[in-house]
Write a protein that binds this ligand. Sequence first.
Ligand SMILES: Cc1cc2nc3c(=O)[nH]c(=O)nc-3n(C[C@H](O)[C@H](O)[C@H](O)COP(=O)(O)OP(=O)(O)OC[C@H]3O[C@@H](n4cnc5c(N)ncnc54)[C@H](O)[C@@H]3O)c2cc1C
Length: 430
Amino acid sequence: MKKIIYWFRGDLRLIDNPAFVTACLDSEALLPIYIHHPRNKADTKWGFSKKGSYSQQFLQESILDLKKQLLEKGSDLLEFSGLPEEIIPELIKILGDADVYCQAIEAPEENSDVNLLNKQNVTVKQLWQSSMLDPKDLPFALEQMPDMFTAFRQKIENAKLKFAKPVLPPSTIPPLPDELNQINQNQNLNNLRIDNKKEITVNAADNAELIFEGGETAASLHIEQYFERRLPDTYKQTRNQLLGMDYSTKFSPWLAHGCSSARSIAQRLSQYEKQHGANESTYWIWFELLWRDYFSFLPFKYGKKLFYRTGLTDQLIGKLNVSQFNQWINGQTKDSFINAAMTELSSTGFMSNRMRQIVASYWIYDMGGDWRAGAAWFESQLIDYDVYSNQGNWLYIAGRGTDPRGGRPFNVGKQMRDHDPDGAYRKHWL
Ligand SMILES: Cc1cc2nc3c(=O)[nH]c(=O)nc-3n(C[C@H](O)[C@H](O)[C@H](O)COP(=O)(O)OP(=O)(O)OC[C@H]3O[C@@H](n4cnc5c(N)ncnc54)[C@H](O)[C@@H]3O)c2cc1C
């Protein structure tokens, strides 16, 4: 009997999850699992936890929603806490023999998890499913992708490349393996069943206007409402605003946890354009999703170099001034605009794209800070932390990525006059 362990990672969904569908088709018994890696609970070298409470809560909600869906389909989701290289071999020992299927993640920590399994002769079948466009449809090999975003976009647009159709959820899920009781009773496995799981609850600040609930069910609802309310019509005009839920799509937290796929969103956007007509704003949502793809493809060309402290350059890094860093993260700098944004981030786990650019620039260019500490703080705080988008955007602003302009310093005073002329944003958060 062919047994497969399906290892959910950043793909907490059933719709458009080709790796999961393949696992269902290839197996006679299927064990869906999620592993909480200890590194996500540990402190970073910068002295704060790698994952803050907002993203942990969103993750828990997403896992619970997935588990509920799997239970309804006669399956389940087993949650473990520990190292994948210890838990998965232990599971395989109990199952007798099993292959592992999962989503491919092109980032050092996640690649190392898989390498450690391969070293123990565990077969891990990984499928890339994080982008809107399928890498094999691109008009260039990923290793030769254009460095500049504009050239990347133009090649794709000239080739009239479309996203591949999202994959339907599996019609049936193979039964759980017979060894389920042995797994549940195994003392070596830190099996987090609902009854012994510590729930994480955080209450967003009273002045938080953003409501994010994790899970595929909430994702579908949010995305549908965004389109039904005709918000795409005005996206380009509103996307640089700073307050409220409606100025941008707010798809990112669900995309980051894989509760929805970029292809499903692209398909909905395409339907919307057919129904209501395309305009500059609907095009701009594609444009932004293409930025997301661009950053997710860069690791195929540059690999680990993207994670070097110097990025793709040989420029030196400034020393970390701890007291200045604390001012920045706690919203206690000399600049009230920056302070408002940093307060928003630590109170909600979210910040607009415009403010992310401004605070990152302020940390790097006005405070002379180490970009890696800024990126790590974002990773800890953001409810939508995504390894490719966070690393890519920080490298871009710090001038250590592929941008030939070599860095993007923002004039904070000008940005404030342009985007918060009446001080409403500062008043809201300070
Ligand atoms: C320093 C910095 C760090 C960032 N870190 C992250 C991160 O960890 N996770 C993350 O998802 N985004 C990150 N971004 C990109 C961007 O700020 C967010 O994707 C966006 O603000 C999310 O809000 P939204 O869903 O309403 O976006 P919208 O403006 O509605 O855009 C629609 C979608 O397009 C994608 N997108 C938009 N802008 C970008 C961009 N600049 N780069 C990549 N994708 C983009 C996102 O998936 C987004 O959901 C970062 C940007 C900066 C400047």
